[in-house]
Design a protein around this ligand. Structure first.
Ligand code: T46
Length: 128
């Protein structure tokens, strides 16, 4: 987990993130998921090279992580705390709360050829 700085005053909280400082890569892309149905499942893939940090800016959701050897799961609900996901990690996301917003900081531009969308291919890559 990555904890970001928070500046709080009577007007509310401000959190900021600097690529290469608070996250271990230069940020090349930002995207966000919203209007996610509460019964939706997202993810179900891994990346060859991409590194990311995932935040719940609002609401909550679960991420299940699998590096080919061990599995773990996290519930993200604090906009100051992000989950770093290295390359070659399978992820699945569900249990989105109503109105949840997921923001992702990514180390590379979008590239469909960077995806393992087949779990068997992913496992083969992790054991190569
Ligand atoms: C991840 C989770 C949290 C783009 O055109 N540009 C983009 O930057 C992205 C991320 C996706 N797309 C297209 C590709 C697909 O046609 O949007 C469509 C849905 O993408 P995907 O099925 O990959 O969405 P998720 O929510 O299952 O996964 C995404 C990221 O791909 C993934 O790396 O960790 O969000």
């Amino acid at each position: 987990m990555i904890d970001l700085p928070v500046v709080s005053d009577p007007r509310g909280d401000l959190t900021f993130v600097e690529g290469g400082n608070h996250v271990p890569f230069d940020i090349r892309r930002v995207y966000y998921l919203y209007n996610v149905p509460v019964d939706a499942e997202r993810g179900g893939h891994a990346h060859r090279e991409l590194e990311q940090v995932v935040f719940a800016l609002s609401g909550s959701f679960r991420i299940k992580i699998d590096d080919g050897n061990s599995k773990s799961e996290y519930v993200l609900r604090d906009p100051r705390r992000g989950l770093y996901i290295n390359k070659l990690v399978w992820r699945e996301m569900d249990n989105f709360s109503q109105g949840a917003v997921c923001m992702v900081l990514a180390s590379r531009p979008y590239d469909e050829t960077d995806y393992y969308r087949d779990y068997g291919d992913f496992l083969a890559a992790t054991s190569a």
